[in-house]
Design a protein around this ligand. Sequence first.
Ligand code: 5AD
Ligand code: SF4
Length: 464
Amino acid sequence: MTGRLPPAKNTGKESPAPVSRYLVKSFGCQMNVYDSERMGDLLAEAGHVPAAGTDDADIVVLNTCHIRERATEKLFSDIGRLRQPRGAGDLRAPRAGGKRPVIVVAGCVAQAEGEEIAARAPDVDVIVGPLAYHRLPALIDAAKSGRAVDIDMPAVPKFAALPARRHQGASAFLTIQEGCDKFCTFCVVPYTRGAETSRPLADLVAEAEALVAAGAVEITLIGQNVNAWAHGGTGFADLLHRIAAVPGLKRLRYTTSHPRDMTDDLLAAHRDLAELMPYLHLPVQSGSPRLLKAMNRAHSRDSYLATLAKARAFRPDIALSGDFIVGFPGETDAEFADTLSLVREVGYAQAFSFKYSPRPGTPAATMPDQVPEAVKDERLAMLQAAITEGALAFNRASVGRTCEILLERPGRKPGQLIGKTPWLQSAIVNVEGARIGDLIPVTITAAGPNSVEAIPLARTRAAA
Ligand code: 5AD
Ligand code: SF4
């Protein structure tokens, strides 16, 4: 037997039910953020309560990401820290009985490296993949008599088995689609998240309505290939129209899209739906026509640019964003220069760039001509400088614009709040009497590469 549940805690009131404190640590993408929240919902439904931090948690879920880096090594060091029992002499609050927490490894590393984790980390009690976590409470229970592993990729989606959402807050993620059939040669997602599956329309509308009833004014639809969503003859553009019509919803976003699935009716939705924010995250990965083929991207540089031109025709102010990989196997200086020229040609408002990281089991990992780390570093720095330049230009061009911002967190200075513009810029504003979660009208007054400054519209008028 490798794992044991910690001693049951008592609620202290009428109910003698055992209660454990749980902590879900999320790594990686927004899909994992959603999954972490849902694992929290499951544990709460099973009667457990959130822990204040790692030190007082009885159950720790590490919801891992496998997309880049040495995720597995990082995971083993996290596990190493967790398995130390707290006891006498430990300045932090000792865990009851000096026991370590139940350790759950979830997410894409669990899916891809489940066996290695089982062999190398005997203290891990539960290993559960991203398609099987609806069984988490049962797996924790089963771990009382030995490690429980579930890395099945069932055809029946887990969503139907999840409890009602407990999400509170003005902005919420909603997973509508999962998995990927595209098989880009660098990417591990098709192996960890499985084939593309779409959730039924009625379930999504119901979840969106529940989120709005709980206070959400903004919903971001998420999926590895969000715009590949299709169910029972309904396509993604229709889904956007349907969700945008949910009463009380003010803002709708979606991410991440694949260029191949950017249909005209989807682009037209950016013109037709006031709730759909003028922002499009459309990863391209490289500006080199040859590398796009080697990456199996199923789009060309020209078709990608044509899609963006169409998006701008439908919605002239649309903010464009993308993902880039530098140092894909065989990438020459000239091919990297193609990426730089694409960045300058598009004028992204924002973009994310990564050094190519060989993923075990993917075709690119064994391609010849792997690019030396130092070359990747140099290219990444050049690319990031070009992206920053573009972001600054975009932000500067927005100075003078009037828009609403959705307040989402306090700023660094007293009285400051930070909100998001429709173009997903972080806007810093000094405002009295407003709260996190409010949508307030502002004028953008100044710009930097990572944020803009704004003043509330009422103050602009009063000052005029
Ligand atoms: N190496 C580096 N970056 C990667 N991405 C996906 N796989 C890899 C990899 N093996 C990046 C892509 C993708 C984003 C989510 O992560 O740019 O769009
Ligand atoms: Fe990975 Fe490509 Fe699928 Fe995106 S489209 S998840 S990069 S395989």
